[in-house]
Design a protein around this ligand. Structure first.
Ligand code: PLP
Length: 367
C-alpha cells in the first residue's frame, strides 16, 4: 500500500494504562488512576441526572452546529456565536488547526516539554517543527519563541497552564508576546486547565482575542468539567479565523450526548468552584510532601503536579503501579526524573504519597 511517507516511524498515542489493564496485570482489586488529569470527583450531579434520564434520539445525526451548546457558551463567555468552533475534544481541534494551516512549506513553533499532539499533527502535515525548550524554571521561553518565528511560520503553540509542568504565562507577558508576533502567524493558546487556575497574574487569555484576530484560545470539557468520556472541546477566536477553520471540521464531529451534557455542565459553576477548591487542597498535600522530603515540585496551576523522584521516573512509576497507583513517568513526557501525578481526592493523594514515601525509603533506582 502507498502510505504517506511522513507516517514512517510514527506511533499511536500511548495513554496511561487503564484500570482494567493494571487489575489484570498485577492481580489488584483497588486501582487509583492519577495519570490523565481527569476530574477525580466525576462531573456535576445535574449532568449525571440528565444522562440517566435523557431519552435520546439515536438514529438521527447530532446537530452539526451544536446550536444549544453554542448559545450557552456564547452567552457565558460574552463572545459571538460565530467566534466558536467545537471539536471532539480539543484534540480534534488541534487536528483541524494543523490540517488548515500546516504543509511542507511551513514551520510551527512550540514549547518543549508541552502537549505532544502539537508536534504529532505538525509532522503528519509535513511541517517543520521548531521546539523551544522551557526555561530552567519550567516557564515558556517567549523570547526564544519569538526568535524562532520567521516568514514561513504558520502557527505558534502556547500551553497555559502547561502540560506537563503546570505553570502559567502571566497575562502581561502573554500580551507583550502576542504584540510582537507577526500578524500572519496564528497563536494558539491552549487553556485545557483554565478552570483550575487561581493565580491572579493569569488574567483571562480570552481577553486577547478581542484585540488580536490571530489569537485562538482552546478549552475543553474534559478536565475540570469531568466529561472526558464525551469528547467536547472548543476554540474561541475571531470570526475570520473560525470561518477559515470550519470547513476542515468533520460535519458531525461532536455527539448528541456530549453537546447536551456540556451545556448542562456549564450551568453548574458551583461544581467547578468545589472542584477548584478541592484541587487546591490536594496540591497542598503534594507541596508539603515535596518540602518535607527535599524534592522539587514546581508550582502548578493545573490539576496535576510534577514530583521529583531523585532516580528513574520510569522505575518509580512501575513501583507505584505494583501498589495500585497509575501515574505518568516524566521520562516519557520530556521531564525525566519527575512523575506527573493528577491531583486526586484527599484519600487517594494520601494513599499515593504513602506509597511514594515507602518507595523513596527503599531508594528509587538510578535512571
Ligand atoms: C488534555 C489536554 C488536551 C486534550 O483534551 P481533550 O480531551 O481532547 O479536550 C489538550 N491540551 C492539553 C494541554 C491537555 O492537557
Amino acid at each position: 500500500m502507498r502510505w504517506n511517507p511522513r507516517l514512517e516511524g510514527m506511533r499511536a498515542y500511548e495513554p496511561g494504562k487503564t484500570i482494567g489493564e493494571v487489575k489484570r496485570e498485577f492481580g489488584l482489586h483497588r486501582i487509583v488512576k492519577l495519570a490523565s488529569n481527569e476530574n477525580p470527583f466525576g462531573c456535576s450531579g445535574k449532568v449525571k441526572k440528565f444522562i440517566a434520564e435523557a431519552g435520546l434520539e439515536t438514529a438521527l445525526y447530532p446537530d452539526g452546529y451544536a446550536t444549544e451548546l453554542r448559545e450557552a457558551l456564547s452567552s457565558k463567555l460574552g463572545v459571538g456565536p460565530r467566534q466558536l468552533l467545537f471539536g471532539g475534544g480539543s484534540d480534534e481541534l488541534i487536528v483541524i488547526i494543523s490540517r488548515a494551516l500546516l504543509s511542507e512549506s511551513d514551520n510551527t513553533v512550540m514549547p518543549w516539554p508541552s502537549f505532544p499532539q502539537y508536534r504529532h499533527n505538525a509532522r503528519i502535515q509535513g511541517a517543520e517543527v521548531r521546539e523551544v525548550p522551557l526555561r530552567e524554571d519550567f516557564s515558556h521561553d517567549l523570547d526564544g519563541m519569538l526568535k524562532a518565528i520567521d516568514k514561513k511560520t504558520s502557527i505558534v503553540w502556547l500551553c497555559t497552564p502547561n502540560n506537563p509542568t503546570g505553570g502559567i504565562i502571566p497575562h502581561e507577558e502573554l500580551k507583550a508576546f502576542i504584540r510582537k508576533v507577526p500578524e500572519h502567524v496564528l497563536v494558539i493558546v491552549d487553556n485545557a486547565y483554565h478552570e483550575f487556575v487561581t493565580d491572579p497574574a493569569y488574567g483571562d487569555p480570552l481577553d486577547l482575542t478581542e484585540d488580536f484576530p490571530n489569537v485562538l484560545v482552546l478549552r475543553t470539557f474534559s478536565k475540570a468539567y469531568g466529561l472526558a468520556a464525551f469528547r467536547v472541546g472548543y476554540a474561541i477566536g475571531s470570526e475570520e479565523v473560525i470561518a477559515k477553520l470550519d470547513p476542515v471540521r468533520p460535519p458531525f464531529n461532536t455527539n448528541v450526548l456530549g453537546q447536551q451534557a456540556a451545556a448542562r455542565a456549564l450551568d453548574d459553576q458551583a461544581f467547578i468552584e468545589s472542584t477548584r477548591q478541592q484541587n487546591e487542597s490536594g496540591k497542598d498535600q503534594y507541596t508539603r510532601f515535596a518540602e518535607a522530603h527535599g524534592l522539587t515540585c514546581p508550582r502548578s496551576e493545573a490539576n496535576f503536579v510534577l514530583m521529583e523522584v531523585k532516580g528513574s521516573a520510569d522505575a518509580a512509576a512501575d513501583e507505584l503501579l505494583k501498589r495500585g497507583y497509575i501515574v505518568r513517568s516524566g521520562d516519557k513526557l520530556g521531564t525525566p526524573g519527575y512523575l506527573r501525578i493528577t491531583v486526586g481526592s484527599r484519600e487517594d493523594n494520601e494513599g499515593l504519597l504513602a506509597a511514594l514515601e515507602e518507595m523513596l525509603a527503599q531508594g528509587v533506582p538510578e535512571a
